[in-house]
Design a protein around this ligand. Structure first.
Ligand code: NAD
Length: 447
């Protein structure tokens, strides 16, 4: 109730990433009377938010930022001042899975959340509402409050709220404007808050599980000659199930699904629920299997060797309409092909060239540090990427890939020319007519 009575004039958001940036931009658009400052410790990220080329790509984001930036939306590295001036502070920092652990699960690393809380505790003055937006495990809010109150100064008071974000990259602006649900929990209702915190990764675990379920069936369809698209359509028509997140593909990626499930597995292990942990771990294992299965399919079709073969990789982002490559299946596929000696020619409409080289260099830690440099070329258009190649491997479902001139592409390729459609978006019968050998997920295609 005391929060409801507060007049919020200034907001600060700690973390200018995929969540903090778009969320605050939309908030600034919708609340022109509130001044919103998004802060980050990364100078480069803030510089990009203040430039013409924003650090992340989201449809519609450029326009929203252009309308609000300098009016009531600001990006800054001056974290202390933004905290001091704000009535309400969002914590929207990254919560990666730890890279170590005893079982298979991985706890969420809360070091950045703790860092943000300590910074607030150090500099805050007056009454502050602190809103946890990051995906955090149960009881994290309690820990934040402990840090804040343990460092309390006279005249400072805190209230803490949980408001987990459900936006999906690629549709973030629409998700924020037309949200399916907005969840807010406060410290007055600890049970309610625990439920909200659980819900965020439970939702991601369910979505990922649907993808792994349909992907598992894609393997069965390939083995039996059925078509997974038809299976998904029939299953999805059942109103109890629904059609969303039932598209078979090379596998899921992104920063959230894997880490949130690993966190769930970790919690189950801690609660001594090994069967439940194993159940959710299987969702990740199936995703790894799908990526390996797809890469294996490419190698097998190319006469079981890709050594020194030129292969075009179309799409590097983990899904369309984002430039984000975190946990992208394209990284896994590229690594396998590079390990087998292929020469990759990569094109993605939105991913930075530097980012691709960074991801591949980190994925391919080998004895030969020059390997990635010598074996990867990055292109600015799909036609130069595919020219002279033996095969095209499509890893991201960008719309522009559907309408490429495949006759022209075919003419410029080595023969026999192969296409591996990891997203099931191309017109396979047209490609077969042109002369391509076509392989996809969940369906056997004959030439
Ligand atoms: P991100 O990595 O894109 O951005 C986090 C930012 O926080 C980074 O720029 C980092 O420099 C900054 N940061 C970290 N510690 C800081 C500190 N002490 N002071 C100032 N800046 C600091 O992460 P993201 O994708 O925006 O995710 C943020 C949270 O939201 C995570 O918990 C994630 O699980 C959750 N989430 C993400 C998505 C998504 O689609 N990306 C969706 C829903 C929820």
């Amino acid at each position: 109730t005391s929060i409801a009575k507060m007049v919020i004039k200034r907001i600060c958001c700690i973390g200018a990433g995929y969540v903090g940036g778009p969320t605050c931009s939309v908030m600034a658009l919708k609340c022109p009377d509130i001044i919103i400052t998004v802060v980050d410790k990364s100078k480069e990220r803030i510089m990009q938010w203040n430039s013409e080329k924003l650090p992340i790509y989201e449809p519609g984001l450029d326009d929203v930022v252009k309308t609000c930036r300098g009016r009531n939306l600001f990006f800054s590295t001056d974290i202390e001042t933004a905290i001091i001036e704000a009535d309400l502070i969002f914590i929207s920092v990254n919560t990666p899975a730890k890279s170590f652990g005893i079982g298979k699960g991985r706890a969420a690393d809360l070091k950045y959340v703790e860092g943000a809380a300590r910074m607030i505790a150090k500099v805050a003055t007056g009454d502050k509402v602190v809103v946890e937006k990051s995906t955090v495990p149960v009881r994290a809010a309690e820990s934040i409050l402990k840090i804040l109150r343990a460092n309390n100064k006279p005249g400072v008071s805190y209230q803490i709220l949980s408001n987990p974000e459900f936006l999906a990259e690629g549709t973030a602006i629409d998700d924020l404007i037309n949200a399916d649900r907005v969840l807010i929990g406060g410290e007055d209702t600890p049970e309610g808050q625990a439920a909200i915190e659980k819900l965020c990764w439970a939702a991601n675990a369910f979505l990922a599980q649907r993808i792994s379920s349909i992907n598992s069936l894609s393997a069965v369809c390939e083995a039996t000659g059925a078509d997974v698209t038809e299976v998904a359509k029939a299953v999805g028509l059942d109103s109890r199930i629904g059609a969303k997140f039932l598209q078979a593909s090379v596998g899921f990626g992104g920063s959230c699904f894997q880490k949130d499930i690993l966190n769930l597995v970790y919690i189950c292990e801690c609660l001594n629920l090994p069967e439940v942990a194993a159940y959710w771990q299987q969702v990740i294992d199936m995703n790894e299997y799908q990526k390996s299965r797809f890469s294996g399919k490419v190698i097998e079709a190319l006469f079981n060797t890709v050594t020194d073969k030129r292969i075009a990789l179309l799409g590097f982002a983990f899904k369309k309409n984002t430039g984000d490559t975190r946990e992208s299946p394209a990284i896994h596929v590229s690594k396998t092909l590079l390990d087998e000696g292929a020469k990759l020619h990569i094109y993605d409409p939105k991913v930075d060239h530097k980012q691709i080289m960074y991801d591949l260099t980190h994925a391919c830690v080998t004895d030969d540090p020059e390997k990635v440099k010598n074996s990867v070329s990055i292109h600015d258009d799909p036609y130069s990427a595919t020219s002279g190649t033996h095969a095209i491997v499509l890893c991201t479902e960008w719309d522009e890939f559907v309408s490429l001139d495949y006759e022209k592409i075919y003419d410029g390729m080595m023969k026999p020319a192969y296409i591996f459609d990891g997203r099931k978006i191309l017109d396979h019968s047209q490609l077969l007519k042109i002369g391509f050998h076509v392989e996809t997920i969940g369906k056997r295609l004959c030439r």
